[in-house]
Design a protein around this ligand. Structure first.
Ligand SMILES: NC(=O)c1ccc[n+]([C@@H]2O[C@H](COP(=O)([O-])OP(=O)(O)OC[C@H]3O[C@@H](n4cnc5c(N)ncnc54)[C@H](O)[C@@H]3O)[C@@H](O)[C@H]2O)c1
Length: 318
């Protein structure tokens, strides 16, 4: 039986699909290649993971026929298709509710009808809101999200609990903490800052540089996702982070070092919906999933830089 990876042409999805294929699984990807960022990059991701055991369905999960095709011959689902991004969710909250709540509901219903009961899906560290006590533990209250994006992820976790309660489905919600690395989305900070530096343009630094994030290297996240898939049973929530806080000013300097550029910083006010810090408590994932992130920010940025610098079209003509 195969694994359905929704959003498998995207950043995290393409890496997860690649890792499943590498361990001998059959994989079905459903992705609509939407234009949130350049669909050509998603086509390149699909080309990079091309494999005889990979079936790709280009279509929207809102379409019942596409969901039915995607679930054919599948016994487990990894749902990574979503609208990501905090700031755009403030511009268009209804789109985020459709994408991140309506579509998961439709998917859960289609799974139930097809007799498929195993789901791992992407929640987010955003559920913690501007939670000041670090590190963030899964037991903390998540009832104060500060963006529509975060609110939809809290809602998704509630849906997971509901489908587990009503139908006994095995569902694990993974709270990813800012993921980076090869194929990272171009509007995310690391990729965007690297592009601006290559174009000799200033880096917009929101705040005084003291805000801090837990940046998680993609190569550390993927084994966590696969372990969650392999240990599905009941309803669980796990943080997947690097468990290290990196200040924004340190991040900008480290990106410059990795790509060989001296950053020019333009200080801007903090943006609505932004949180001042994120930091994952990962003991639960360590215990239950044998999750062991090992990549320092400098090590991960070096790998990102190798990938990025080999692809000049990522900063030329954009
Ligand atoms: N990247 C991060 O740092 C991060 C952090 C926390 C949570 N997440 C979550 O992880 C998941 C994957 O994020 P990503 O960074 O890989 O994003 P991404 O945008 O690169 O990937 C999502 C993919 O889903 C596809 N998609 C979106 N809506 C669809 C629909 N209706 N039907 C079919 N396909 C659809 C998109 O075309 C895209 O290829 C998302 O749920 C995101 O919210 C990501």
């Amino acid at each position: 039986m195969a694994v359905l990876v929704t959003g498998g042409a995207g950043f995290i999805g393409s890496h997860v699909a690649e890792a499943l294929l590498a361990r001998g699984e059959s994989v079905v990807v459903v992705d609509n290649l939407n234009s949130f960022y350049d669909p050509q990059l998603k086509r390149q991701n699909l080309e990079a993971i091309d494999h005889p055991q990979l079936k790709v369905i280009i279509g929207d999960l809102a379409d019942g026929d596409i969901r039915a095709q995607g679930l054919e011959g599948v016994d487990r689902v990894i749902h990574l298709a979503a609208s990501a991004g905090v700031r755009p969710s403030i511009e268009d909250p209804a789109k985020y509710v459709h994408q991140n709540l309506m579509i998961p509901t439709l998917l859960l219903e289609s799974m139930r009808t097809a007799g498929i009961s195993k789901l791992v899906w992407a929640s987010s560290s955003s559920v913690y809101g501007d939670h000041l006590e670090t590190p963030f533990a899964e037991s903390a209250s998540v009832m104060k999200p500060v963006s529509p994006y975060a609110a939809t992820k809290v809602g998704g976790e509630a849906l997971a609990a509901c489908y587990n309660h009503l139908y006994g489905m095995d569902i694990t919600s993974l709270r990813f903490f800012t993921v980076y690395g090869e194929r990272q989305r171009p509007e995310m900070a690391i990729h965007k800052f690297a592009r601006l530096m290559m174009q000799d343009r200033p880096i917009p630094q929101f705040g005084d540089g003291s805000t801090a994030r837990d940046y998680t290297y993609i190569g550390d996240i993927v084994p966590g996702v696969l372990a969650a898939l392999d240990r599905l049973g009941g309803c669980h929530v796990y943080n997947l982070g690097e468990a290290e806080m990196v200040r924004l000013d340190r991040l900008i300097a480290a990106i410059g070092q990795a790509i060989g550029k001296t950053p020019v910083v333009e200080v801007m006010p903090l943006q609505p919906g932004d949180v001042t810090r994120t930091n994952a408590a990962i003991q639960r994932a360590q215990t239950d999933l044998d999750y062991q992130p090992t990549t320092s920010i400098e090590g991960g940025l070096a790998r990102f830089a190798d990938w990025f610098l080999a692809r000049p079209w990522l900063w030329q003509d954009t």
